[in-house]
Design a protein around this ligand. Sequence first.
Ligand code: DX5
Ligand code: ZN
Length: 216
Amino acid sequence: MNHLIAPSLLAADFLNLGKDIEMLNKSEADWIHLDIMDGVFVPNISFGFPVINTLKKVTDKPLDVHLMIVQPEKFVSEVAAAGAYMMNVHYEACTHLHRVVQEIKNAGMKAGVTLNPHTPVALLEDILTDLDTVLLMSVNPGFGGQKFIEHSVQKVSVLRELISRKNADTLIEVDGGVNLETGKRLIDAGADVLVAGNFVFSSENPVETIHRLKNL
Ligand code: DX5
Ligand code: ZN
């Protein structure tokens, strides 16, 4: 499979969001990654449903919603109603992860589970075949523009190995500090989806930057 690129809207220009969405629409971006933060699970607050709902009206790109919130199970139907393609919940935020994953799928969305940098991939062994995506955090969640955590490349390899041992078709997505250099190493290790925020939106030509990430 050719890998996918999911630019993170957190790094967009919120004063000119329409312009940035237009840019994404004409780019090779496969998904749009939306970072929802509650100031409790992570030490920052971003944006919520009004933004997702508005976005859905102006783009056909699948929306990849990354919930950095406590009790994400409370919002399954709202995230589905907002038109999300993928709902990503944190392993660390779900006591009854299996139940939440089933609820996400029953609501008609793809189910993703996100791991913080300190959470071992092996903890997903018994649920892996139920997951559409595993999102590996390669920075501590909460902020864009942070330094890539090197150990993430090895985590991708370990997860790739677990996925093939389980005969699963789960995608490996990586989020945080992705650029052409870290992105290439992640793809070589077996990643399927790269999230990139600042590297895309701070570049001079974001459409070209997405093209280069897509062609790693
Ligand atoms: C971090 C978010 C990321 C972030 C990535 O909490 O989950 O999606 O926006 O930003 P960059 O690519 O700038 O590290
Ligand atoms: Zn994210």
